[in-house]
Design a binder for this molecule. Structure first.
Ligand SMILES: NC(=O)c1ccc[n+]([C@@H]2O[C@H](COP(=O)([O-])OP(=O)(O)OC[C@H]3O[C@@H](n4cnc5c(N)ncnc54)[C@H](OP(=O)(O)O)[C@@H]3O)[C@@H](O)[C@H]2O)c1
Length: 245
């Protein structure tokens, strides 16, 4: 089995693309510790931890549990994140802070806490977004927080290279997860968001979580000479393509 003997932590592994990565790892024989704010509904042969990525005490506990259950790690998939659809005029300091706390601060300190457990040859993959390099109306704090993640993934790549640990980024476009990466919007707004995504994406559809998972696992285990890189899985959305008329 492809991932036999591998040990992985997946944050935000209870649904969406995190869950797709967890399933692929388990199918391949890996041992996995996954988190979400509420893991009580998860029925998988994995270690489970309810953990809020914005709380430093929870991140510390995640480190302790990872060490106790898994010991050394081959992969840390730092995946937790969410966006709101908030035009600038409606943005509050609370929305700004929470968006940065979950997406950026949580990712940074999760990597800091777990770095010591990753063995040489292991790797980190962070989830950012096509939004990190775009101007998408309503996604100001989210896009900036993901741009921060893209930046500090480069720094982690530099800092961990001497230990033979690679650090890469996957940046999805519109992906068909339960939330489409967006929280706090009515279902009709989410449906319109998804429809817009299908229209503006050059491949004229959204990704499946499994398509993103394939890129994550490629970066994690196959791309053995790739570090500090960003692999878009966006159907061409962020690639400045001009389609035939
Ligand atoms: N879907 C898209 O179109 C899209 C596009 C670009 C980027 N992304 C990014 O891709 C990543 C995964 O998105 P997804 O669409 O797969 O989302 P999802 O289906 O909403 O899954 C998010 C995961 O993170 C967990 N989570 C959310 N907030 C958390 C918190 N504060 N602490 C701990 N766990 C938390 C969720 O579990 P609980 O609900 O149990 O906490 C869940 O396991 C995110 O970073 C997102 O920003 C998504």
């Amino acid at each position: 089995m492809k991932y036999q003997g591998k040990k992985a932590v997946v944050t935000g592994g209870t649904h969406g693309m995190g869950l797709a990565v967890v399933r692929a790892l388990l199918d391949g024989g890996a041992e996995v510790l996954l988190t979400g704010r509420d893991v009580s509904g998860v029925d998988l042969p994995a270690h489970l931890l309810s953990s809020d990525a914005s709380r430093l005490a929870d991140i510390d506990e995640l480190g302790a549990v990872a060490e106790a259950k898994l010991g050394e790690l081959d992969l840390v998939f730092v995946n937790v994140g969410y966006a709101t659809l908030t035009p600038y005029a409606e943005a509050t300091p609370e929305i700004y802070d929470r968006t940065f706390d979950v997406n950026a601060k949580g990712a940074y300190f999760t990597a800091q806490r777990l770095a010591g457990l990753v063995r040489p040859g292991g790797s980190f993959v962070f989830t950012t977004s096509v939004a990190a390099e775009a101007g998408i109306a309503g996604m100001g704090p989210y896009s900036a927080a993901k741009a921060a993640v893209r930046s500090f993934a480069r720094t982690y790549a530099a800092e961990l290279a001497p230990r033979g640990i690679r650090v890469n980024v996957v940046s999805p476009g519109y992906t068909d997860t339960p939330t489409m990466g967006v929280t706090g919007v009515p279902s009709e707004v989410l449906a319109a968001f998804k429809e817009t995504g299908d229209e503006i994406t050059p491949l004229k559809r959204h990704a499946t979580p499994e398509e993103v998972a394939a890129a994550v696992l490629f970066l994690a285990f196959d791309a053995t000479f790739t570090t500090g890189a960003d692999l878009p899985v966006d159907g061409g959305l962020g690639q400045r393509l001009t389609l035939p008329v």
